[in-house]
Design a protein around this ligand. Structure first.
Ligand SMILES: NC(=O)c1ccc[n+]([C@@H]2O[C@H](COP(=O)([O-])OP(=O)(O)OC[C@H]3O[C@@H](n4cnc5c(N)ncnc54)[C@H](O)[C@@H]3O)[C@@H](O)[C@H]2O)c1
Length: 353
């Protein structure tokens, strides 16, 4: 079988925890041939751990290798520079979310990829969770009737850590929203098949004393282009053991409730309650919770490995990736609109340019 030859830029964090091992275990159309980290020691460790033949500590050396594609998994303030470099070297790019920290950077990345004729995909891997896919299928089949409201939540416990780039606004460009909310915003639009057109909300530094001003709590309300509403809630101050990471979709014929389907694991639970026929108005508001209830038991597989497999297939078959430049650009635009809405304490309209 034809394989895509991959290099990894920023081999230490999520790359070493999830993407490299999952790609090696489950993906037959990809081969990781080189890893790069700003720390040579970390690059070497990861190469040895996963039996990768080449490692280095500069982008230049990595890009000189015989590669078709790179996976960029560095802190987000580096994504633009590294994407432009990789595109200029003619490599296809799978870039972690958020693709960039400003629209200015997005434009630079788009123009570099277009000019070089290389493919670009953003790491919106939570679309690969089997329950999130099922939820999308149900919503888009019309099973919930008119869609009224969607909620996507992702939380973790993230106390102050000296030197952590996520806690330094000059590198992260935000807190819980840019880190975790980007997945949730993307999922809501992708599942509901509509675009977020208005945003408002609250963000606070409620619990943690980080060295710079990033929010540990972000509760955002949105309106979508189909008229439905949404909530995207992200917290760095809830215990991991208590994390529910709820996915909720409510419509005129019923609801879907997922728990733990938004996160790094390919697992979770999900049920739907869908009413077969319209009932009349009931002043008693009788709730027969068993009627129309269905539990889903689905087999999931590594969502990071699937991302590598999908992008490799797009390269081999000359197809456009499912979460490409347009979706990456939208995500950055939404994040900018939300931070503006919160700072200015108002509803901001999201305008696609
Ligand atoms: N899709 C997801 O579910 C998911 C999950 C986690 C992180 N992420 C994203 O991945 C990116 C990295 O996050 P992380 O949690 O892995 O961070 P991390 O700090 O754990 O790991 C980043 C790695 O990049 C290396 N690095 C830093 N500067 C570098 C440079 N100039 N050149 C090469 N390597 C460099 C670091 O040494 C480290 O090994 C972020 O944009 C984050 O939002 C996505």
């Amino acid at each position: 079988m034809a394989t895509v030859r991959w290099g990894v830029i920023g081999s230490g964090g999520i790359a070493a925890r999830r993407t490299i091992p999952e790609a090696q275990q489950m993906v037959s159309n990809a081969q990781i041939v080189s890893v790069m980290n700003r720390t040579a020691e970390r690059a070497r460790e990861v190469a040895e751990q996963f039996g990768i033949p080449h490692w280095c500590d500069t982008e230049r050396e990595l890009l000189e290798q015989d590669l078709d594609a790179v996976y960029i998994a560095t802190p987000q303030h580096l994504h633009c520079r590294q994407t432009v470099q990789a595109a200029q070297a003619g490599k296809h790019i799978l870039c972690e979310k958020p693709m960039a920290v400003s629209m200015h950077e997005v434009h630079q990345m788009e123009s570099a990829c277009t000019k070089a004729g290389v493919k670009f995909m953003v790491g919106f891997c939570m679309r690969n969770n089997v329950y999130n896919r099922k939820a999308r299928e149900l919503v888009q089949s019309g099973a919930l009737g008119q869609i009224v409201m969607g909620r996507a939540q992702l939380t973790c416990w993230y106390p102050p850590i000296p030197g952590a780039w996520r806690q330094d606004i000059s590198r992260s460009h935000g807190g819980a929203l840019i880190d975790m909310g980007t997945h949730c915003l993307d999922l809501l639009e992708w599942i509901m098949g509509a675009r977020i057109v208005e945003v408002a909300g609250f963000q606070d530094r409620m619990t943690h004393q980080y060295p710079t001003k990033i929010e540990d709590a972000s509760t955002i309300v949105v309106r979508l282009s189909n008229g439905s509403h949404g909530i995207v809630d992200n917290y760095f101050n809830l215990p991991d053991a208590a994390a529910q990471n709820m996915l909720e979709l409510h419509g005129t014929k019923g609801s879907i409730v997922g728990q733990g389907t938004i996160g790094q694991d390919p697992t979770g639970t999900m049920f739907s309650i869908i009413q077969s026929e319209e009932t009349g108005y009931s002043a008693e508001q009788v709730r027969d919770v068993a009627a129309g209830r269905e539990e889903y038991h689905l087999e999931g597989k590594g969502i990071y490995g699937q991302m590598v497999e999908t992008f490799s297939r797009c390269i081999l078959e000359g197809r456009e990736p499912p979460a490409g430049l347009e979706d990456g650009r939208r995500s950055v635009r939404l994040v900018e609109a939300i931070y503006r809405a919160v700072a200015e304490k108002r509803v901001v309209r999201v305008v696609d340019a």
